[in-house]
Write a protein that binds this ligand. Structure first.
Ligand code: ADP
Ligand code: MG
Length: 339
């Protein structure tokens, strides 16, 4: 619990299309906490750098102002601390600890779902800090509105500042991350091989790092330098492992077709009926969100459509979700069914 990872700094964070807004906001907050974006709220899938960026703010604050009171916790740690405090009659101490800080960072607040008493306490913590112009930074795997059983007053407070999403890194960013990693770890990797490795992972920086360590370990084991051939060999087994329990585009099409009472062929087809276009776009959206398939591959699985059609569908649904609570609910339900 509680302490900052010294490696999670701005220096080691690679900026790309999917995280540049989040990065810019983080930097501003680290320079002028409690001023512009309060709370700062990062959301996005696992392994995309939310924790890294959040802690980078804390690390910079401590570096710039050694007396700054910086508190970082996961939402589970907050919950456990609170429960302990109640059980040991130390709620006053608990409040001191959480409200007497310059910046409070709570990671993965989706785990506040269902925890009524904790939400109540966090509501008061939030208000206290906010009224004192103290900075609050939060992360979650989804927008506040989509967190199940999160009290409306928290949902609305979380939207007061700046909610920014972090989306999966594109190829250029993945390459840059690998290059940076290789440099830090003093690895010699030909750029062709970096390229190859960057193409093996679609959507997740943590996985990308995992793949790189696997190649690194394999190279050490064989006593051979890292080449594309070696990377290929090192990763061959991995692909099979992940494929076996990974959600497929077909799974998504089947589920979406059933949910909206259309046929899978309709989803793959070209009919322009609204009752079919919408489910088709939703299925593409989910394929993009929930699988590691590339855009061209998704297009192909939807009856040979162009990758720009997939992008269009993805953006359309992303926009719609922001306004349409009904749709948001449907997508949450679909996701639940697919997990
Ligand atoms: P999340 O909290 O979103 O699940 P993390 O912050 O734990 O993701 O990131 C997972 C791993 O990927 C960490 O080791 C982190 O340092 C690394 N990482 C994520 N994004 C970047 C980035 N843009 N540049 C460098 N490393 C990154
Ligand atoms: Mg995290």
């Amino acid at each position: 619990e509680g302490h900052l990872n010294p490696h999670y700094t701005f220096d080691t964070f690679i900026i790309g299309k999917g995280n540049q807004m989040a990065h810019a906001a983080a930097l501003i907050v680290s320079e002028e906490p409690g001023k512009l974006y309060n709370p700062l709220f990062f959301y996005g899938g696992v392994g995309l750098g939310k924790t890294h960026l959040m802690q980078a703010i804390g690390n910079k604050l401590v570096a710039d102002h050694p007396d700054a009171k910086v508190k970082y916790v996961t939402s589970e740690a907050f919950t456990n601390d609170f429960i302990n405090a109640i059980q040991t009659n130390q709620t006053e101490e608990f409040r001191q600890e959480y409200r007497n800080v310059d910046i409070l960072m709570v990671d993965d607040i989706q785990f506040f779902a269902d925890k009524e008493a904790t939400q109540e306490e966090f509501f008061h913590t939030f208000n206290d800090l906010y009224n004192d112009d103290k900075q609050i930074v939060l992360t979650s795997d989804r927008v506040p509105q989509e967190i199940p059983k999160l009290q409306d007053r928290l949902v609305s407070r979380f939207a007061w500042g700046l909610p920014v999403d972090i989306t999966p890194p594109d190829l250029e960013t993945r390459i840059a991350i690998l290059q940076n990693k290789a440099e830090i770890d003093q690895l010699e990797i030909p750029s062709e091989t970096i390229n190859y490795i960057a193409n093996q992972v679609d959507s997740n920086v943590r996985e990308l790092e995992g793949v790189l360590s696997r190649v690194q370990a394999y190279s050490r084991l064989k006593g051979e330098p890292i080449t594309t051939d070696l990377a290929y060999e090192a990763l061959r087994g991995l692909k099979l492992e992940t494929q076996s329990h990974q959600l497929s585009i077909v799974d998504i099409q089947t589920q979406v077709a059933e949910y909206y009472h259309v046929s899978v062929n309709d989803l793959k087809g070209k009919k322009r009926l609204a009752s079919i276009v919408m489910p088709r776009q939703i299925a593409m959206y989910l394929a993009r969100e929930m699988t590691n398939n590339s855009l061209p591959k998704i297009g192909k699985e939807f009856g040979g459509k162009d990758h720009t059609t997939v992008i269009h569908a993805y953006e359309k649904i992303t926009e719609k979700i922001k306004l349409d609570t009904g749709l948001r609910k449907e997508i949450t339900e679909l996701k639940k069914g697919l997990r």
